[in-house]
Design a protein around this ligand. Structure first.
Ligand code: SF4
Length: 478
């Protein structure tokens, strides 16, 4: 009778999987190979000189052969493994020479329960009310946050969705964050709002319609940019926008150019001359409003203030995608007419000045927790060194923005990392690569793990090894 295969325990995260020979654990990042726990993906190195024409490229995949070994090779945290429990040194602590200086880079794959993504969606379309719940697979994973100029913003993930709600909520949140961070498309629905497909570096798809253009500015800004080009070609211009609708004859830019009063009446909340709030509800129509007919925002024309038959009116949205031309008839009612050729270049110029619509995904996490013990025996010194910029923090080789204040709270553009850089564990939490680089002398002064320092050449000769012994399955499996 053959003995049943022996399972061994992975202790790279709190799940503590027991893994049978030839199998992987719950996160697929670790496997049992002949009684050893191994990381299933290779650690990723970066070089600017290998096959790269100057770009930074990841290499050291399974089939990579470099001869000679590139002198500028740098290690990343991708594929390195984790330090959990955190009393042991980080997976790789690598000495190197950078511009003649003795440096140390400490890498790890950190497990983040406190993490999320900030998503910037370049569109003036209305996606949903501020504070509305954002869902993936029907589960709440975040909310709509304050809009920025030309963009709608989402805040997704965070510890309350990952671990503070139901299991399906945690799983859906983790899956959506992982997909977004690894550059995959994710369909999100917003309560009382739209469905939007988000993918880092790609155009958003709002309610099935791909976005093309970011608005050139609000209606007022558009008037400021183009008033001069309309002078003499048309008598009145209204730039329709969900935020500020602009009217050239009343706007300061028009006044400076000597634009005459036209007797126009805008049905909205007048802010300052030529600038109107709330001309319509937010929606998928002209300029992010729900308007499909822009004439709905006009009241009666006033002959005493300059309205007269034949007055020429251009109405245009802030992306230039929608435009219409009218002339007042004998009853001072706008009648649609073909856009004169002379006005076409100015409409095209608005369109030309609109940047492409993109989704931007920034991963945000707090690296100020126990993972620091894998770097130094005195964790707060690492925090201080990062905050003082004496230690450089990168994620998968990408530059990070470090928030001021306490802890090591950072953000990174996920498109700057090599493909597939993020992972997860089923607690649930995200796994993100981190690299701390600092002068060797400073590292030792921080209380760094001096005995664990290796060179990259040593690492390439001996390979990476899971840093603790595997644990055999006890008699009674927990
Ligand atoms: S889920 Fe955690 S314990 Fe299981 S294999 Fe992955 S890292 Fe190891």
């Amino acid at each position: 009778m053959t003995e049943p295969p022996e399972k061994i325990r992975c202790d790279a995260c709190p799940v503590m999987c027991y893994i049978a020979p030839g199998q992987t654990g719950a996160c697929d990042r670790y496997a049992n190979e002949a009684g050893r726990i191994i990381r299933t993906d290779p650690v990723v190195l970066l070089s600017q000189t290998v096959e790269s024409d100057g770009r930074v490229v990841p290499f050291a995949r399974d089939d990579w052969q470099a001869d000679p070994f590139p002198a500028d090779a740098r290690i990343t945290g991708i594929g390195s493994g984790t330090t959990y429990p955190d009393y042991k040194p980080a997976p790789f602590i690598i000495a190197s020479q950078i511009d003649g200086a003795d440096m140390v880079t400490v890498v790890t794959e950190a497990i983040f329960s406190y993490c999320g993504v900030k998503v910037k969606i370049d569109t003036d379309r209305y996606l949903g009310p501020e504070g509305a719940t954002v869902r993936a697979q029907g589960e709440a994973i975040g909310h709509v946050t304050t809009a920025e100029y030309g963009s709608q913003m989402l805040s997704l993930g965070g510890v309350h969705h990952l671990t503070g709600g139901s299991k399906p909520e945690g799983r859906a949140t983790c899956a959506a964050l992982l997909a977004l961070c690894n550059g995959e498309a994710v369909t999100l629905t917003i309560d009382a709002g739209s469905e939007v497909v988000v993918q880092a570096g790609r155009a958003p798809i709002v309610d099935g319609r791909p976005e093309n253009r970011m608005r050139v500015g609000c209606g007022s800004a558009t008037i400021g940019m183009f008033a001069d080009q309309w002078r003499g070609l048309v008598d009145e211009v209204v730039v329709v926008d969900d935020h500020i609708t602009g009217v050239v004859s009343e706007h300061q830019a028009g006044k400076v150019l000597g634009w005459e009063s036209t007797g126009i009446k805008i049905l909205g909340h007048r802010s300052t001359p030529g600038r109107y709030f709330r001309v319509s509800e937010p929606g998928l129509g002209w300029g992010g409003t729900k308007l499909t007919d822009p004439l709905e925002i006009l009241g009666p024309w006033n002959a005493k203030k300059g309205a007269q038959p034949g007055l020429r009116l251009l109405m245009v949205s802030t992306t230039g995608e929608e435009f219409a031309y009218y002339e007042l008839d004998e009853t001072l009612t706008p009648q649609p007419k073909p856009l004169p050729d002379t006005l076409l270049p100015s409409v095209r110029l608005i369109d030309e000045n609109c940047e492409p619509s993109l989704c931007t995904v920034l991963f945000m996490g707090g690296a100020g927790g126990s993972l620091r013990a894998g770097v130094t025996q005195n964790p707060v010194r690492l925090t201080r060194a990062v905050q003082a910029r004496e230690t450089r923090l990168t994620s998968g080789g990408a530059e990070c923005y470090i928030w001021p204040g306490g802890g090591i709270t950072f953000m990174v553009d996920v498109t700057r990392l090599p493909e597939g850089a993020f992972g997860y564990v089923p607690t649930p939490a995200l796994v993100a690569p981190l690299e701390f680089t600092l002068p060797r002398a400073d590292y030792l002064a921080l209380g760094g793990h001096a005995k664990a320092i290796k060179t990259l050449e040593e690492l390439m000769q001996t390979g990476g090894e899971y840093p603790t012994a595997a644990h055999l399955l006890p008699q009674t499996e927990p």
